[in-house]
Design a binder for this molecule. Structure first.
Ligand code: ARG
Ligand code: ZN
Length: 470
């Protein structure tokens, strides 16, 4: 899918994008008798990360072949990307941070490759016509570096004591593979990992094969067939104690925990199928063909993350509430994915509401009391959930807590029965797609059969805390 900019919320214009366009266009000559394509844009103008993602094409599939040597920290990769041109293209960009590109091809022919910052520009030998499907290969290598987020947390390729963990929300996936790294362009994935045979190598989706290769190494192939935003791609290589089983009838479940945590995590791990069934009953069919959870030793990752089909938890946040939160993201965030980072409350507000709902259903704490606690907390009123002031606020308290408060107010406005139908309908209507805040407000009003301005004005967009919780 392609991201369409919503004018009222644009925060920044990047002049760098324009400069790159001018530079690339300057060297362009028309092909004899052919159309004259233009370079694809170097970003999709996301309000918070204007150069994330790229214009001019849509990716349908990534095949990543990654060999990792934990001793040296070196990654050797080949990315094979299948895409369709959405304009006549003389050149296009991929996002890639660090690493060295040895070779790139488009439809088998060598393509000129240029690097500038986190942008890799490829110029195919033959221009691409709008509507053409094409295949890009990029051979690359190096020692990947983690990335520090605007909010100070760390993501990307993280080296552990015996392997590595790769995560990417919001922008870290470009530290380990070239791609169209904006959530609006979802694709299927096949991720092959070559690593020392004594280690476990996990990624998203189902494991399709594992075969020994030279040097006491194993090549393990994982397949994520349903669309995935690149920020949800993951790699876990290391010593893990794994279990396999099924949930929801026939969905394969893989859990992996750091060996030091086996005993402490056993009970909660065993609850995963029941928690998934509980959420399936609330939110509708589970959107993916695989499930699981990974628990790492503390110190590697500073937060839990809903990596698709295989959420990851630092040991200290592997508790039932956080597990409920990350599993709820499989519906809200991973299947229904924000159209831009401005829509992040559609992830975090919904996953937080799933925690409130779980506590109401199973722990005798009505969602209304969670709502009142959130209302009383000053931190939740720093900014409106639909309009975080800057990239460093995307994972701030109002996005989670006020995002959930919005949903509670919708519930109070429409009643429990319609609200349940609304959440299930939202997950169904935008299943495996992208959605924006405006999509949600319009959808909710359709289900409610009336406008809900009173909810949106105060709870979603309002700057000030109202006099009382209502
Ligand atoms: N999405 C994660 C969650 O489930 C949090 C990610 C935090 N990332 C960050 N860069 N601060 O809450
Ligand atoms: Zn979350």
């Amino acid at each position: 899918m392609t991201y369409v900019k919503r004018v009222p919320y644009v925060k920044r214009v990047t002049y760098v994008t324009l400069a790159v366009l001018v530079l690339v266009t300057g060297g362009c000559t028309p092909m004899a008798g052919g159309v004259q394509g233009t370079p694809g844009a170097s970003g999709v103008q996301d309000p918070y990360f204007p150069r994330l993602g790229n214009g001019g094409y849509d990716v349908s599939h990534y095949a990543l072949d990654l060999a990792f040597d934990p001793a040296s920290g070196r990654l050797d990769g080949t990315a094979r990307i299948t895409a369709r041109a959405t304009q006549d293209l003389s050149a296009f960009n991929l996002d890639l941070a660090g690493l060295t590109v040895a070779k790139a091809t488009v439809d088998g022919a060598p393509a000129a490759a240029n690097r500038a910052g986190d942008e890799l520009t490829l110029r195919p030998r033959d221009e691409l016509r709008r509507g053409d499907e094409f295949t890009v290969t990029v051979d690359y290598s190096g020692v990947p570096e983690p990335l520090t987020d605007p909010d100070g947390s760390t993501e990307g390729w993280l080296n552990s004591a015996d392997g590595a963990l790769a995560v990417g929300e919001p922008a870290g996936s470009m530290t380990w593979f070239p791609g169209n790294h904006h959530p609006s362009d979802k694709a299927s994935y096949e991720i092959a990992l070559t690593a020392p045979s004594r280690l476990t190598a996990l990624s998203n989706g189902v494991r399709v094969s594992a075969a020994p290769v030279s040097g006491d190494r194993t090549r393990t192939v994982w397949r994520q067939s349903e669309p995935m935003a690149s920020y949800l791609a993951t790699v876990m290589i290391g010593r893990y104690e794994t279990t396999t089983g099924t949930a929801l009838g026939d969905v394969p479940v893989v859990t992996a925990v750091d060996p030091s945590l086996t005993a402490a995590t056993a009970a909660l791990r065993a609850e995963l199928p029941a928690l998934l069934a509980d959420q399936r009953d609330r939110y509708g069919p589970y959107p993916f063909g695989a499930a699981g959870a990974v628990v790492t030793a503390d110190g590697l990752l500073g937060y839990a993350l809903e990596t698709q089909t295989r959420p990851v938890f630092p040991a200290s946040s592997f508790d039932r509430t956080t597990l409920v939160h990350e599993l709820a993201h499989q519906w809200f965030g991973n299947s229904v994915t924000p159209e831009s980072w401005q829509d992040i409350w559609l992830n975090e507000g919904f996953a937080t509401y799933a925690e409130w709902r779980y506590a109401e259903d199973h722990e005798d704490v009505p969602a209304r009391s969670a709502f009142e606690d959130a209302f009383a907390d000053e931190a939740n009123w720093a900014f409106p959930p639909a309009d975080p002031p800057a990239a460093e606020n995307l994972f701030g308290a109002p996005v989670y807590q006020r995002g959930a408060m919005v949903l509670h107010k919708v519930r109070e406005a429409v009643g429990d029965e319609v609200f349940d139908e609304l959440l299930r309908g939202w997950a169904a209507k935008y299943r495996h797609a992208n959605a924006s805040t405006e999509d949600f407000t319009a959808y909710a009003e359709t289900v409610a059969g009336r406008d809900l301005d009173a909810v949106w004005d105060v709870w979603l967009y309002g700057e000030e805390r109202p006099a009382n919780p209502g």
